[in-house]
Design a protein around this ligand. Structure first.
Ligand code: SF4
Length: 278
């Protein structure tokens, strides 16, 4: 069951009484301000608890970037109902994996079984093939490759499977409000035909602070692991096999402090103000 979270994002000006901290964050997105207020209770939080606030932050940043692209004459075809890129590789940060598992558990059983079946058949297909050559290198020599290079090579390898996402049903994302950061933070300019049938290269829109990366880094710092991500078909199975990692907790104020610091490394002109501390 999804519990009331110790960490929430509220609208600026919303009532801020109660135990804990109220933090105002003004992000600098290409010189434009994005105003957020985060409320944090003095409680323990799991990695999954940071995901809903991160979704709000992601939405505010991508909305601002898209607004600027449109202001400069760009056309963005991405919208709810378009599934042109729903066969792409979707990596999920560990906090997202645990949150998604809870959300799937909240769905009707028939839907859960369909998702499980879709994930299993995709996973079987993937495990039956060799991974990209760069993944077979020893970790020491792989460190020289950038994360972006590794992701690109994994993405083109994954594309050959021509798998549609297990969450896509009749061309509609069934978890649109809860979709992964990688889906939220990928949008293009031009025509959706570029994504659907290769009519030209889709021009991806640059997002200066991606919550997919922020969450991966936050989890790796808190858990003292490498930066990890799971590809969609394996995510729920992996979460089921690692419940002890989902049960770990940290003080929510500490988690939020690191979350904000990691965002500010990507957006260094942003500012933070403590509005209340109780
Ligand atoms: S989660 Fe939704 S938006 Fe993302 S790839 Fe799957 S169906 Fe598409």
């Amino acid at each position: 069951m999804i519990q009331d979270s110790a960490i929430t994002v509220v609208e600026a000006g919303e009532a801020c009484e109660g135990e804990g901290q109220v933090i105002r964050l003004i992000l600098d997105v290409f010189g434009e301000p994005v105003d957020l207020v985060i409320k944090v209770r003095n409680e323990q939080a799991r990695l999954a608890d940071i995901v809903p606030p991160a979704r709000t932050v992601s939405a505010k940043i991508t909305d601002k970037v898209n607004e600027m692209v449109r202001f400069n004459g760009g056309t963005i075809p991405c919208r709810k109902g378009c599934s042109a890129c729903c066969n792409y590789l979707v990596p999920l940060a560990i906090p997202e994996v645990f949150r998604l598992r809870e959300e799937v558990f909240g769905m009707p059983l028939v839907r859960q079984l369909l998702i499980e079946e879709g994930c299993l058949s995709a996973a079987r297909l993937i495990l039956g093939e060799r991974p990209p050559a760069s993944f077979a290198k020893p970790a020491s020599s792989r460190a020289a490759d950038s994360a972006a290079e590794l992701l690109n090579s994994a993405s083109s390898w994954y594309a050959d499977f021509e798998l549609t996402c297990p969450f896509l049903h009749k061309h509609t994302c069934t978890i649109y409000e809860e979709r992964p950061m990688a889906c939220r933070e990928y949008s293009v300019t031009g025509s959706s035909r570029a994504c659907a049938d290769g009519a030209g290269e889709p021009q991806g829109i640059y997002i200066p602070a991606r919550m997919s990366e922020v969450l991966s880094r936050l989890a790796s710092e808190l858990e003292a692991t490498n930066v990890e991500a799971l590809i969609m078909p394996f995510a729920l199975m992996w979460a089921n096999e690692n419940p002890q990692r989902d049960e770990r907790t940290w003080p929510a104020p500490l988690m939020v402090e690191r979350f904000i610091e990691i965002i500010r490394e990507a957006l260094p002109k942003s500012s933070v103000e403590i509005l209340a501390r109780a």
